[in-house]
Design a protein around this ligand. Structure first.
Ligand code: SF4
Length: 364
């Protein structure tokens, strides 16, 4: 079987996912060693540069304004605040800073200009810069690339079929369009999803079909385990079993051999042994820092203790792709076009999202 395959089917992926665990682990670890140093794990720090108040209705997300959760929102951080946090992240071993803003899509204007300045500032610290800002146009992707952005994160979340059970305010095709817009630049693509949202194994496989058939495949694929937050439509979902996480990581590694597979949300629910099994199965990236946007994450020192116990080394920046140059705002070739693209708004009814919204209204 060719390893760089771009026509994976759901049936083939399900067959891999359901192999006896020892066989699955062995196959994934063998592929992992051919393409990566198994003792090196990339460490990213996720910064929520604008928290809460999001107009979208993602059923897993405590930042959606329509649900009632405990998170404290904040306006867009300043460039100086972001620089200080990036320096702290660098000092504790992170090679990448990922900045997340709770926006539906990027809008040209002073806030986006401020984000571009953050990208320039962090890139000049010799750190990889990633952004996750919602849907964006090709022109906006070009402007981010010019500022020195290394990666853009835009998760598919789940299969196209199950997507309709999670989000009603945008369509799966918008996600693919944004990824396509990023692909027209030199910025690398980070796209993955979440397990434990009530989806079937077929949906997990369906998401991996959608990701692995992209050509090129995403350079980074985060695999999240749902953190069920009170007040969100998914508050009652059971925690993901470690075996499901290991299977998902191993299958991702097999179908996308060169990708960095990231163990993302849900690590606080996993033991060190469980995480070690995920690294063996091909995970080679983690998020560090005690918060992942708004949900808990292991403390940096705990992670460094785990690295020591497992003999893992943090990955150096720009190991897989070149360090993009930064073009200053005054020298930019791309001006803001002020486009207003028509991203979809299906607005179909998702029962549990509606129930969470009604509950939130009653609490206000
Ligand atoms: S996941 Fe992103 S787009 Fe969806 S509600 Fe949360 S912040 Fe908004």
């Amino acid at each position: 079987m060719s390893e760089m395959k771009h026509n994976w089917t759901k049936e083939e992926i399900l067959e891999i996912y359901n192999k006896p665990l020892m066989e699955l682990l062995y196959e994934a670890a063998t592929i992992h060693r051919k393409h990566h140093d198994p003792n090196v794990v990339q460490v990213s720090t996720l910064l929520s540069i604008k928290t809460g108040g999001c107009p979208e209705d993602c059923g897993y997300c405590p930042q959606a304004a329509r649900y009632h959760t405990d998170i404290e929102g904040n306006d867009l951080m300043s460039v100086q605040q972001v620089k200080a946090q990036a320096l702290r992240a660098k000092a504790s071993g992170s090679s990448r800073v990922c900045m997340g803003a709770a926006w539906r899509n990027v809008k040209d204007g002073p806030e986006f200009d401020q984000v571009l300045e953050m990208v320039r500032t962090i890139n000049k610290l010799d750190m990889e810069v990633c952004c996750t800002l919602g849907m964006l146009t090709e022109n906006q992707a070009q402007r981010l690339a010019e500022a020195g952005l290394y990666a853009y994160n835009h998760n598919l979340d789940t299969s196209e079929e199950y997507y309709k059970e999670v989000i009603s305010t945008r369509g799966f095709e918008d996600r693919l369009q944004t990824i396509d817009n990023v692909r027209k630049t030199n910025v690398t693509v980070c796209s993955g999803g979440i397990i434990g949202m009530g989806e079937k194994e077929e949906d997990r496989a369906g998401m991996l079909v959608a990701l692995s058939t992209l050509n090129p495949q995403p350079e980074s694929v985060p695999i999240n385990a749902l953190v069920a937050v009170d007040g969100t439509p998914m508050e009652d979902e059971e925690p993901v079993e470690i075996w499901d996480m290991v299977r998902m990581v191993a299958t991702t590694r097999i179908v996308m051999p060169e990708t960095q597979v990231r163990l993302s949300a849900g690590r606080t629910q996993m033991t060190r042994e469980g995480q070690a099994m995920c690294f063996f199965a091909g995970a080679n990236s983690i998020f560090a820092g005690d918060k992942l946007l708004t949900t808990p994450n292991p403390d940096v020192n705990e992670d460094m203790d785990m690295f020591k116990a497992l003999g893992l080394q943090p990955q150096k920046p720009f190991l897989k792709n070149v360090h993009p140059p930064t073009v200053e705002a005054k020298d930019s070739k791309f001006e803001a076009l002020g486009e207003k693209p028509k991203w979809s708004r299906p607005e179909h009814k998702i029962e549990r999202n509606e129930a969470a919204k009604t509950k939130a209204k009653a609490l206000k």
